[in-house]
Ligand binder design. Structure first.
Ligand SMILES: [Zn+2]
Ligand SMILES: [Zn+2]
Length: 395
């Protein structure tokens, strides 16, 4: 079956590219992917599988492929939403939906997965078990689609789950893996500091919110530099501070917003606690009122070490000119809602190099000029196909 699958994928490389280009031209934002979801459902029409639509808090689609015999069930996930970005590439299939762009490669994820799924449907009699293809909506916008799909219970029967992301730091042909914590978790906070406004000439009759806010910004820098174990990773960024006012008016209130990233749950808790502590300190120190909203969304992504080890061995055993190198990747400080699947189901999320040919410094995911080497689609399909074949022990 494995040889046959690889041959089928080879023969359908062009089709993957065409699907990717169609999706690229017609991107849709998270939670608004009606046409994309319809395109996916239409692709499966007349094929021998079961499809569930509107899964979770949006347009999630679960396609179940039952093998020839009963056995274990695995999940393969591909996301399909785009981003609110004005595309700045010169590709002929540039976004027709102005201000929306597939700048994270989810068009490619969906394209390879559709073709792979179709091939697996055709070969399913050789499989002892079932495969659930998870076409996931809304990865880019918290709360995301993944958590709601997990909560819906449709994946309760999964024994294992896999996903990939296109990643332009490496060329097509490279497959990256990372065991254990691989991608960062993320929290958001908003702090409103309420002081007392007044005349610039009379600070003693007012209570300056800008001063308190400035101290908060400075104090927060000590969370990572002074509180976090230097061998752990964390980021705290204040991305917004609305101090704009008038030169001779003492500002009565300011609002700050920030982003927090961490590589494990302990760091998540530590940063959360410290930011709350600093906020209380600012209230005491400056006599202001602070209202802190602190929410955590995507957790750190944890790749099951055993599953990852098996996948790496499986990929390394491939004798295929399209898969040139299987290498360990560093931790990635971006976040991914695949983390919700991996919290519940042992699985691994790996990376497919997609750096455009002849480019030394590629534009990273979410850049308006982000682009991929479309050879990566076949690499993704073959790698995930290999993992499926080895999981079900079919040659
Ligand atoms: Zn993204
Ligand atoms: Zn993405």
């Amino acid at each position: 079956m494995k040889t046959q699958l690889m041959k089928m994928l080879d023969a359908r490389k062009e089709e993957m590219i065409q699907i990717r280009r169609y999706l690229h031209e017609n991107p849709e934002l998270s939670f608004q992917e009606q046409k994309t979801a319809q395109f996916i459902v239409d692709f499966y029409k007349g094929k021998d599988m079961n499809v569930q639509t509107n899964v979770g808090n949006g347009l999630g689609i679960i396609v179940t492929i039952h093998g020839g015999k009963p056995g274990k069930t695995i999940g393969l996930r591909a996301d399909f939403d785009a981003l609110p970005i004005f595309e700045e590439t010169d590709v002929p299939f540039k976004s027709k939906n102005e201000g929306v762009m597939h700048a994270c490669g989810h068009d490619g994820h969906t394209a390879y997965m559709l073709v792979l799924a179709d091939c697996l449907i055709q070969l399913k009699s050789s499989i002892a078990g079932s495969i659930k293809i998870i076409h996931q909506h809304a990865e880019e916008t918290p709360p995301g689609g993944a958590k709601s799909i997990v909560d819906s219970g449709v994946l309760d029967d999964l024994d294992s789950i896999y996903g990939i992301h296109l990643f332009p730091t490496e060329p097509a042909g490279v497959v990256g893996y990372r065991s254990g914590y691989a991608m960062a978790g993320r929290s958001y906070f908003k702090l409103v500091i309420q002081g007392t406004g007044g005349h610039g000439s009379s600070p003693h009759m007012a209570n300056d919110a800008i001063i308190a806010g400035a101290h908060f910004v400075t104090a927060v820098q000590t969370v990572v530099s002074r509180r976090l174990n230097p061998f752990e990773a964390g980021v705290v960024t204040i991305g917004s501070f609305d101090g704009k006012g008038t030169f001779n008016v003492i500002k009565d209130s300011v609002e700050l917003e920030g982003d927090v990233r961490y590589m494990n749950g302990d760091t998540q808790q530590l940063i959360d606690k410290e930011i709350h502590r600093i906020t209380s300190g600012i209230e005491v120190e400056f006599g202001v009122k602070c209202e802190l909203t602190y929410t955590s969304d995507y957790p750190p992504l944890y790749n099951d070490p055993q599953v990852t080890e098996t996948v790496v061995a499986s990929l390394q055993s491939m004798n295929d000119p399209d898969i040139q190198k299987v290498m360990e990747f560093p931790m990635i400080s971006a976040s991914e809602d695949f983390a919700y699947y991996a919290e519940k189901i042992p699985g691994t999320f790996f990376f497919i190099g997609c750096r455009p040919k002849g480019v030394e410094t590629p534009y990273f995911n979410h850049h308006p000029k982000f682009d991929i080497d479309e050879d990566a689609l076949l690499v993704a399909a073959k790698s995930v196909g290999q993992v499926v074949c080895d999981y079900f022990k079919v040659d």
